[in-house]
Design a protein around this ligand. Sequence first.
Ligand code: ZN
Length: 192
Amino acid sequence: MSPDEAFEQLMNGHQRFLTGSQQSNFNLETATSSTQVQGQNPLASVLTCSDSRAIPAFIFDMSFGDIFVVKTAGAIATETQIASLEFAVVQLNCPLIVVMGHTMCGAIGATMQHLEGHSPQSPNLLHLVEHISHLIEGQADDTTNAVQSSTIQTAKRLTKHSDIIARAVTNGEVKIVTCIYDLSTGQLNFLE
Ligand SMILES: [Zn+2]
């Protein structure tokens, strides 16, 4: 499947989600069908926030085996997330990477508080907000701008820090798209 075909399928699924005409069956029979057990062949990877409301399979009306999901607070991409996406590109021939930030992101909010002088509660949290603070440089006065900046910068990191992903993008085997999921409307706002 080409990157554009994969994108079209995701968009069709998202339209079904928005119009309440979902087709996905999240039941045991579908999960354990012979097709699923034989192996996975996802049409897209989605890098998104750990937020419990940002659920790619529902937002794109996909089912078991359709989306390779990498979730982390703030939808960031450090070595382990990039390695996960490389696995999807090399081992699964996954043609599309969606970097999906979302409105009202707690991790972005925590980073903005950190920049205002409120210390995170652990060294691990500090590591996270310091990473995000680089992504939102110059945009930290407005949550919407900060989320957009963080999402765009994270997408750029994928090709900057991975030869595998950069090569696949250059060859046209993989496309990277960025979007913001709006928690209040369920809609996706594509960037760039
Ligand atoms: Zn979030």
